[in-house]
Ligand binder design. Sequence first.
Ligand SMILES: *Cc1c(COP(=O)(O)O)cnc(C)c1O
Length: 493
Amino acid sequence: MLYVSTRNTEEKVSASQAILKGLAENSGLYVPEQIPALDLPIEKLTDLTYQETAYEVMKLFFTDFTEEELKKCIENAYDEKFDTKEIAPLVKAQGSYYLELFHGSTIAFKDMALSILPHLLTTAAKKNQVKNEIVILTATSGDTGKAALAGFAGVEGTKIIVFYPKDGVSPIQKKQMVTQKGENTLVVGINGNFDQAQTGVKQMFSDQALAQELAAAGYQFSSANSINIGRLVPQIVYYVYAYAKMVKSEEIADGDHINVVVPTGNFGNILAAFYAKNMGLPIGKLICASNENKVLYDFFATGTYDRNREFILTSSPSMDILISSNLERLIYRIAGNDGEKNQKLMRELQEQGKYEITEAMREQLSGFYGNYADEAETAAVIREIYQEAGYIIDTHTAVAAAVYKKYQKETGDTTKTVIASTASPYKFTRSVMTAIDQKYQDKPDFDLVDELEALSGVTVPRAIEEIRTAEVRHKKICEVEEMQSVVKDFLLQ
Ligand SMILES: *Cc1c(COP(=O)(O)O)cnc(C)c1O
């Protein structure tokens, strides 16, 4: 299987090359030429472990990896770093199925893909006789940064540089990043928001002069952002796994449809669900949940994607995004896999901050439902699910739960529904605890951690215990315009 660029279908590369490069020429994204069909029947999948399911899915996409290589990557990724053998447990509350994707080392769903990406990437480098050291350059709205740092810290032949919006991440997210150990790591706050960080990173990726300068010093960039196909594919796995588990536990019969709700930012997680559906997994509606940065809701409602609006800081910072990069892969597809047509729209997005899709393209979006939840609705649903089911969800998952309630009310659809639970409530302790009761407002962060443990009965995760007393190692803050010189200083001196 080959991968083509969403902006130029003449550009074709192997899976390992797509993983290595991250981004195609002209800032295009790599997509598989066609989406493969699941080749095992569900009744076979029900008996597989997470790792075995991962192999069955990934082998269909990463066709130039040998069985041995791929299995080794999978084993190294989904091991004791996860605090449960199930890797992604399914928890039933209030009639919905919460797919808990936060049992990895940084307690957010980014671990699902970023625990395997370093292994895929170093394997890909070997396969392609790459001699340069790989530099992972990443912009983060909070969770990617830490998960990428955890994945790449100390990995030989790599360096990792993470930019985060100085005031746009939660206190715990920030502490997790700035305490990162490892000589090959650099964490920098920027005076700007996530979109500015992401744009700065994208510019560095497409800067040929910079690439040459770095190559001369023995470096080349790669991306750990969710635009890397090496992140997207591992995310397909848990939808297949969740479905098989529901069949096995007789919550559904083989072939029954399920709906999937995804709290969405960069559109990576929900795109993985869309790919799973296209592989033949019986998924009904793909419910795209946004916070107050509801650019995707407006897009599904009107067919116009318009990022010209105020950027709002919310209690679900990992979804505070106005340019959902992975949407481009969907646009490319509904444009009839037409690279030129897609590129035209993306140019409009870059130049005018918006684009409008055609009626024919819109018709292909009927499998999606978009809505959003504001801050009050998000807090209310956390409180309600805690009070009624004794289950505590984080702010991102709460956006999904609130949107799902709107969907149910609007449609009366009773299809069994999986809600992607993307972070541990421990990662957003302050927002979660004050949603449950305002009385927690004035308590220090780590007191709230202990209060959350008492309320939820869930033991404080290792990831939180670790940062209670950890030393701050990364204090650098820079302006958006300085990002490139910060990178050069780190690598070239
Ligand atoms: C990254 C993230 C999201 C958004 O996922 P996308 O793939 O970017 O849409 C949602 N919730 C949490 C906790 C995240 O870290």
